[in-house]
Design a protein around this ligand. Sequence first.
Ligand SMILES: NC(=O)c1ccc[n+]([C@@H]2O[C@H](COP(=O)([O-])OP(=O)(O)OC[C@H]3O[C@@H](n4cnc5c(N)ncnc54)[C@H](OP(=O)(O)O)[C@@H]3O)[C@@H](O)[C@H]2O)c1
Length: 208
Amino acid sequence: MVILGANGGIGKATVEQALQRGHAVVAVVRNPESLTLRHPNLVVRKADVMMPETLRGLFSPGDVVISAIGKNSTRETTLYSAGDRHILEAMVDGGASRLFVISASGIDVNPTHSWLIRWATKNILQRILRQMYADLVRMESIVKASAVDWTIMRPPQLTNGGVTGKYRYAIGKFLDNGTRISRADVANFMLDTINNPDLFRNTVEVAY
Ligand SMILES: NC(=O)c1ccc[n+]([C@@H]2O[C@H](COP(=O)([O-])OP(=O)(O)OC[C@H]3O[C@@H](n4cnc5c(N)ncnc54)[C@H](OP(=O)(O)O)[C@@H]3O)[C@@H](O)[C@H]2O)c1
């Protein structure tokens, strides 16, 4: 399993839980010193998704690839669209075919939400995060046009809570009134559903 953004919130939680489950993990980070975790089944590799040459040789047939890259910024970005495109290209080169990427539920206004949350999503969240969301929309199109078995995770607000395993999810549609999920539970969900064909080539909303 290859996890990119492995020192971030979702990425690190995924690395830790994958190792606990017995997976062999390649953790990909820009700065290897930032990942202090050591484990016999863990290999740390240095790469920057914006520099496609650094991704060469990372992926092999049978690898599950989890892209948990992100940038906490309101500035214009191509991190998600270019970064995940570079990952897809390197996956195809290496023969890997299973991919999870992280998007955000807020890129759409969920009609099951209360009037107030719909208003706040449209007028506050989508305004403040318009640059990030625009690039997440571009990223989703690129991933959907690819030939791999992708799953686009669309979490709502992320928290630093632990693993509960007690969440709801909706495949290819809006989840009723989901507003929060921990990064650890996003990781738990992805690891639980690696081989679930219902999720192949689908978006998923997951929340408590
Ligand atoms: N915050 C929320 O409530 C929320 C809600 C819904 C969706 N999301 C989405 O979920 C994403 C992930 O959340 P998170 O909390 O896990 O994010 P995070 O803690 O900020 O982690 C992002 C990871 O991406 C890595 N990264 C950034 N640029 C990179 C590059 N050029 N090459 C390789 N790695 C790079 C970072 O590494 P460095 O340490 O090297 O920078 C870090 O490991 C967010 O960015 C957002 O798009 C967030």
